[in-house]
Design a protein around this ligand. Structure first.
Ligand SMILES: NC(=O)c1ccc[n+]([C@@H]2O[C@H](COP(=O)([O-])OP(=O)(O)OC[C@H]3O[C@@H](n4cnc5c(N)ncnc54)[C@H](OP(=O)(O)O)[C@@H]3O)[C@@H](O)[C@H]2O)c1
Length: 297
């Protein structure tokens, strides 16, 4: 008979609790620890094994998943567990900066452990559903060895051995979303001033954004190749649209802060003689700049 797989979960907050539940539901022997006592009770009733200290939880299993609050919480929690990290894989799921992830990898590596950095593109209710996905980077062998366990929490995507890489991709995805969400809030303000309730507008905007998402592969192809001659939607066409949007907003007393940066970029492209190029050619003004510190390991 094969042994039950084992995992330790450090931190039982909004994300940690459904993660522990997912492991229990998947049949894992699940050791749980939380700084404030009390949060382990419900999980213990479902079969989890509460640990008295974080070090005890780390020592108990070869895979340690840590959905803690932030970098400081991870350092504080793992500090007293340094001597038992050897041979363990620690998966840090707290939001950290790329440099903090590299720092944690060095510290854990110095104690003989493997480090995986994880970024959770999910909400508490989408853990262990197809709606969420997690990004990983760091020790490749550890990722491969523990992939099945990681997939219990969410579909897993690996971005290479630089521990900071998952966090860079996390921020890139957040940035993509912020652009769309900020655009929606501007539109909602504009329409409310015209008498349309934001809640009436939201389903229409969601439908539009789904269509826009289908446009991403074309944008990616053009930006990746640096070829902008055959785009259906040109700089000039979109410059006129953004000018109109900003003009209408100003006339209605609506703030234009969100769209002005794009307007400036489109005008720069046109002034440089690229008005007939595809909208995606704005990419040429954004980088990445060679030798950017972001890409240094
Ligand atoms: N919630 C979301 O929708 C969501 C989605 C994606 C990613 N995230 C990221 O996931 C991480 C966890 O978020 P969350 O929403 O689960 O947070 P949360 O509900 O506030 O839980 C935070 C956890 O960290 C622990 N903690 C905080 N400071 C600590 C310290 N100094 N030492 C030891 N433990 C400490 C808390 O313990 P106590 O119970 O003792 O306070 C708790 O277990 C964050 O980095 C967040 O940005 C969250």
């Amino acid at each position: 008979m094969s042994e039950r797989p084992r995992v330790s979960v450090l931190g039982l907050g909004r994300m940690g609790t459904p993660i522990a539940v997912a492991f229990l539901d998947a049949g894992y022997e699940t050791v749980v620890w939380n700084r404030s006592p009390g949060k382990t009770c419900g999980l213990a009733a479902r079969g989890a094994i509460p640990a008295g200290t974080a070090a005890e939880a780390v020592a108990a299993t070869s895979l340690v998943v840590a959905p803690l609050l932030d970098y400081a919480a991870v350092r504080e929690t793992l500090g007293p567990a340094g001597s038992v990290l050897r041979g363990r894989t620690v998966v840090n799921l707290a939001n950290t900066t790329p440099d903090q992830a590299r720092d944690l990898a060095a510290w854990i590596g110095g104690h003989g452990g493997d480090y995986l950095d994880g970024a959770m593109m999910a909400l508490p209710e989408t853990v262990a559903t197809d709606a969420g996905f997690f990004l990983y980077s760091g020790a490749e062998e550890a990722f491969t060895a523990h992939r099945a366990a990681l997939e219990v929490m969410a579909p897993a995507h690996y971005f290479g051995d630089d521990p900071g890489s998952a966090e860079v991709h996390d921020l890139a995805l957040l940035g993509t979303g912020y652009g769309a969400l900020a655009g929606f809030l501007h539109a909602a303000a504009l329409l409310r001033s015209a008498g349309t309730d934001p809640e009436v507008f939201a389903p229409l905007a969601a439908r539009w954004l789904r269509g826009m998402a289908d446009f991403l592969p074309e944008l990616a192809r053009e930006a990746g190749a640096g070829q902008y001659a055959n785009g259906a939607s040109t700089v000039d066409l979109n410059r006129a649209a953004v000018d109109s949007l900003i003009g209408l907003s100003r006339a209605g007393g609506i703030a234009t802060d969100i769209h002005e940066p794009l307007q400036r970029l489109l005008h720069r492209r046109a002034a440089d003689g690229h008005g007939a190029d595809s909208f995606s050619s704005v990419f040429e003004l954004l980088g990445p700049k060679p030798n950017s510190p972001l890409y240094e390991k």
